[in-house]
Design a protein around this ligand. Structure first.
Ligand SMILES: NC(=O)c1ccc[n+]([C@@H]2O[C@H](COP(=O)([O-])OP(=O)(O)OC[C@H]3O[C@@H](n4cnc5c(N)ncnc54)[C@H](O)[C@@H]3O)[C@@H](O)[C@H]2O)c1
Length: 339
C-alpha cells in the first residue's frame, strides 16, 4: 500500500484525501497543518493520525507520498524538503511561484530520484484528451488560433477571509497564477509551446496586491496566434472557454463540456456529447468535481508502481509558470517578451 500524507488541511485537501480513499493500493496515512485546530479536525474527519509538524510527518516510514495543499508560496520549499526526505510528491498548482523556484525544485526531484506530479486536473478530462488527439492527428488542419477566456468572479470577501490570497508572496499572482493557470496549462498543452507574449495586467477592482485582470496576445512556436484573458472581478463570471481553430476545423470547450466540434468532412464522433457547461467554478471556488484529482492521483500511483514519469511531471509543471511570468514581465516593461 502506498501511504499518502496531506500537508495543509484546508479546502482542497479534501479532494486529495477523498481521491486517495478511492484508489486501490493507496491509503491515507496521515496529515499535518500549522493550525492545530485544522489538523485535528481533519484527523477526526478521516480517522487518520495527525503529525504536529511537516518534519515529523516526513520522518515517518508510513508516508511514501505527500500531497502539498498549502498556500502556493509554500509549495516549492515544502516539496524540496519532501524530496530530500525521499518522499514522492503531489503538489497543488502552481508548482512554484517563479522560475528560480521551478528550477530548484527540478534539481531536488532529479537529485533525490523521487516522482512529482503537479495538479493540473483538466489534462485528465476525457474531453481534453479528445481535443488533444484531434489536434495531434492534424484533423483541424493548420492551427491558426488558440484562445483561452477565463472570466471569473471572486468576491472581495473571498480574498479577505484567507490572509494569503491575493499576495505576491503566498499566491504568487492573481487571476492568472491562481485561477488562470489551469487554462494557461491547457492552452499550451493543446497548442504547443509559446514563442512570445505581449500583455497588460491590472488590479482594477479588488483590493489585492496582484492582478485581478489580464489580457495577453501570444504567438506559438508553430506560428499560430492566441489570446489569454483572465479576470476574477467581473460579475457574474462565465465558464472558462477554450477555442482551438485550424484551417480545417474548430473545437470549443467550456469548462469540461464540448460546446462545439466542427471538422471539415467529419461527423461529430458518436461518443462526443455537445452540451453547455453546467459547472459553476467561474463563480464558486469549491465547485470542482473530484474526478480530475482522482484521475491524476491514479496516474501518480501507477507511475510510482511502474517506475515511470507521471503525466504532469516537474518539467510540465514549469511550462504554464514560464508563460505567466512572461505575461507579468511584458505588462511591467511594456515590451514583447520572448520565451
Ligand atoms: N487544483 C485546483 O483546482 C485547486 C483548487 C483550489 C485550490 N488549489 C490550490 O491549493 C492550495 C491550497 O488552497 P486552499 O483553497 O485549500 O487553501 P486553504 O487556505 O483553504 O488551505 C491551506 C491550508 O494550509 C495550511 N498551512 C499554511 N501553512 C502551512 C504550513 N507551513 N504547513 C502546513 N500547513 C500549512 C493552512 O493552515 C490551511 O489549513 C493553493 O495553492 C491553491 O492554488 C487548487
Amino acid at each position: 500500500m502506498i501511504g499518502f500524507g496531506i500537508i495543509g488541511c484546508g479546502m482542497i485537501s479534501r479532494w486529495h484525501a477523498n481521491a486517495v480513499l478511492s484508489i486501490e493500493g493507496a491509503r491515507l496515512a496521515g496529515a499535518t497543518d500549522v493550525s492545530k485546530e485544522s489538523r485535528e479536525a481533519f484527523g477526526r474527519e478521516f480517522g487518520i493520525p495527525v503529525y504536529n509538524s511537516v518534519d515529523e510527518m516526513l520522518s515517518s516510514p508510513d508516508i511514501h507520498v505527500v500531497s502539498i495543499c498549502t498556500p502556493s508560496g509554500l509549495h516549492t520549499p515544502l516539496a524540496i524538503k519532501a524530496a530530500r526526505a525521499g518522499k514522492h510528491i503531489v503538489v497543488e498548482k502552481p508548482m512554484s511561484i517563479n522560475l528560480k523556484e521551478c528550477d530548484e525544485l527540478i534539481e531536488a526531484v532529479e537529485e533525490n530520484r523521487v516522482k512529482l506530479t503537479v495538479i493540473s486536473q483538466l489534462r485528465f478530462s476525457p474531453a481534453v484528451a479528445r481535443i488533444k488527439e484531434a489536434v495531434e492527428r492534424g484533423a483541424l488542419g493548420r492551427l491558426l488560433t488558440g484562445d483561452i477566456y477565463m472570466k471569473y468572479y471572486r468576491s472581495q470577501e473571498y480574498y479577505d477571509r484567507s490572509g494569503w490570497r491575493g499576495t505576491w508572496a503566498m499566491d504568487g499572482g492573481g487571476a492568472l497564477m491562481n485561477q488562470g493557470i489551469h487554462g494557461v496549462d491547457l492552452l499550451q498543452y493543446i497548442m504547443g509551446p509559446v514563442k512570445s507574449v505581449f500583455a497588460h495586467t491590472r488590479t482594477m477592482v479588488r483590493k489585492i496586491e496582484v492582478e485581478d485582470t489580464a489580457s495577453a496576445l501570444l504567438e506559438f512556436k508553430n506560428g499560430a496566434l492566441g489570446v489569454i484573458q483572465a479576470t476574477t472581478s467581473i460579475y457574474p463570471g462565465s465558464p472558462r472557454r477554450l477555442e482551438i481553430n485550424g484551417d480545417r476545423g474548430s473545437i470549443v470547450l467550456e469548462e469540461d463540456s464540448m460546446v462545439s466540434w466542427d471538422i471539415q468532412g467529419e461527423e461529430i464522433p458518436p461518443d462526443i456529447q455537445i452540451k453547455k457547461a453546467t459547472n459553476v467554478a467561474s463563480s464558486d471556488p469549491a465547485a470542482i468535481s473530484i474526478e480530475g484529482h482522482l484521475r491524476q492521483m491514479r496516474d501518480m500511483v501507477d507511475a510510482i508502481r511502474n517506475d515511470r514519469k507521471p503525466l504532469v511531471d516537474v518539467y510540465e509543471g514549469r511550462k504554464p509558470i514560464e508563460i505567466i511570468m512572461a505575461i507579468y514581465e511584458s505588462s511591467r516593461t511594456g515590451k514583447l517578451v520572448e520565451l
